[in-house]
Write a protein that binds this ligand. Structure first.
Ligand code: ARG
Length: 563
């Protein structure tokens, strides 16, 4: 449509190229000003006339293309009004396509996403809930664009803390308690270790010795450690199941324990490993950063060493185009250091192939979130609480609903996910049940409800066929056009979300579609007796339904057919 207008204008304005004209064309703020507008200010200099006069003269000389109904001059602007039916038909042609919103830009390219990555023997807390939700959504968005994605869970399952845990377990723990209470008990033991070590510093040496044993492959040390990992993973997986999420690799820090020697070798071969107070570091002062610690005084590797090993491993095994890291913003410096070290090792690709994707905090906003002993909040408890609350709402408003438990689970979990993704990542997320479960607000339940409403309409109509030809003149009213314009924006929303690594673009898009639909639905009766009117209107319901479903799916939210 725009191209036709550009061609027409280009024929009438020899002093501008088609590209220049195209970049000047604007979309007017309100429909009464037309669908496209061309401002004539730029021409005043060359033509030595007042812009409004130029506008009138050009408008009078135009031979209008097929798509245009009329032109009106307002001040210095030439406003183009499209033939509405043609406009509707052109949008419908795009949005009716199968896989609408997908593209093949990522074909043949791999993206690694390192996200979730909770710490073994610690609770899967609300911060980890954020990386899990954001990382999962990014994976879905990139898949939609045709990329091959590797979902990597870089579990915190190695480090000196496990030496402490073994000491605590051996001194004050019992197999039964760990079996019964799982992570909660491991956390209790860890806290206890620090209390006791304050009184008896020798415990610290004992802990270091146990970790050293782990690094040397001692059987007893490793079997206790492995047990703690398994117990933790089992609990984490419960949370992933509730969220409906999976990973391709559970390659935690321990996976790289036999690969850190190679890191040290590479760094020293490259001549960038230096000694500092007995430790081995990479000096980054030239880049205004603290040094990157590689080996501690006792020779043990650290978090950063294992991250460097992981990058080398991933590049070699997955040949990624990009490797994304979704963690809290407090790890900014860590990733800048690690990425810089990769660059210093001569890897040009590290410059834009490694991307840290930080996010803000979760503020509980004075909410009472149920916590387990010791006052820690587990992500699982938050999700279960949301499900429980939705279950109560259903019982109150729609007790006849079928399969209430499944619906409550999808809507409750969906509400938590949507609440997380609705704002830019870096903003803090606040947690208020009355907000996040408000069926009329900018929430997951609102979008899911709109989807269910579309489904219910479709269940009631007869003789609807999604592929039938329809008469576009029945979709030219303002509400239908506004909805169609929203539906048309889906591919660009997916694109923008990927470029900015911002799932909020999709969340906001879903709200805009739901709102446009609800307006459309208020002003247009759908199930009318006239076949051709009904078919046209139902088609719009059907496309809205699919687009909402696909948009929510990109956030990791599943729809329900009734709620
Ligand atoms: N386990 C870490 C934490 O809980 C996050 C790991 C992020 N990924 C990485 N490759 N460093 O803070």
């Amino acid at each position: 449509m725009k191209e036709q207008i550009v061609t027409t204008l280009a024929a009438a304005i020899p002093s501008l190229t088609a590209e220049e004209i195209s970049s000047l064309i604007e979309i007017p703020p309100t429909p009464d000003m037309g669908d496209f507008a061309f401002p004539c200010f730029r021409l005043a200099k060359t033509l030595r006339k007042a812009p409004p006069m130029i506008a009138s003269e050009i408008a009078a000389s135009l031979s209008l293309p097929d798509a245009v109904d009329e032109v009106k001059v307002v001040g210095a602007y030439i406003n183009f009004f499209l033939k509405k039916e043609g406009f509707v038909a052109s949008i419908l042609e795009k949005v009716r396509k199968e896989n609408y919103g997908s593209s093949s830009e990522g074909e043949g390219k791999t993206i690694c996403i390192d996200y979730s990555s909770p710490n073994v023997a610690k609770n899967f807390h609300v911060g980890h809930l954020r990386t899990t939700i954001i990382g999962n959504s990014l994976h879905l968005i990139f898949k939609k664009l045709g990329y091959h994605v590797e979902r990597i869970n870089h579990l915190g399952d190695w480090g000196t803390q496990f030496g402490k845990l073994i000491v605590a377990y051996k001194n004050w723990g019992s197999e039964e308690a760990v079996k019964e209470k799982g992570i909660e008990e491991l956390m209790r033991l860890y806290v206890l270790f620090h209390q006791e070590a304050d009184k008896d510093p020798a415990l610290e040496d004992e802990a270091r010795a146990w970790f050293a044993k782990m690094e040397q492959g001692d059987e007893e040390a490793l079997s206790i450690w492995k047990w703690f990992v398994d117990i933790s993973l089992e609990e984490f997986k419960r949370t992933y199941k509730l969220l409906g999420m999976e990973f391709d690799h559970y390659t935690g820090e321990s996976f790289y324990r036999d690969k850190t020697a190679d890191v040290v070798k590479r760094l020293s071969d490259a001549g960038i490993l230096t000694e500092s107070e007995g430790a081995r570091i990479v000096d980054l002062s030239a880049y205004d950063m603290a040094p990157c610690l590689i080996l501690k005084k006792d020779g043990s590797s650290i978090y950063a060493t294992r991250d460097i090993a992981a990058i080398i491993y991933r590049k070699e095994n997955y040949n990624f185009e990009k490797c994304l890291y979704v963690t809290g913003q407090e790890q900014r410096l860590h990733f800048r250091q690690v990425f810089k070290v990769m660059e210093l090792l001569g890897n040009e690709w590290a410059k834009d192939g490694l991307v840290h994707i930080p996010y803000g905090l979760v503020s509980l906003g004075g909410e009472k979130l149920s916590s387990r002993d010791g006052n820690v909040i587990f992500a699982e408890d938050i999700l279960l609480e949301a499900v429980k609350k939705v279950r109560e709402i259903i019982e109150e408003r729609n007790p006849e609903l079928e399969d209430k438990d499944t619906v409550a689970e999808k809507v409750g979990v969906g509400a938590v996910i949507f609440n997380d993704l609705y704002n830019q990542r870096i903003k803090d997320v606040s947690f208020r049940w009355e907000h996040l479960l408000n069926f009329e607000g900018e929430t997951g339940p609102y979008v899911q409800y709109t989807y269910a409403r579309c489904s219910s309409i479709l269940r009631k109509v007869e003789n609807y066929s999604p592929d039938a030809d329809i008469d576009c003149s029945y979709l030219t009213d303002e509400a239908s056009l506004a909805l169609l314009k929203q539906l048309e924006l889906f591919p660009s929303a997916v694109q923008e979300a990927a470029t900015r690594y911002e799932p909020c673009v999709i969340a906001r898009y879903a709200i805009a579609v739901a709102q446009a639909f609800n307006h459309y639905y208020t002003v247009n009766r759908i199930n009318v007796p006239e076949d051709n009117i009904r078919n046209a209107r139902v088609l719009l319901v059907d496309i809205t339904r699919r687009t909402l479903r696909d948009a929510l799916a990109l956030l990791g939210i599943t729809c329900v057919e009734a709620m």
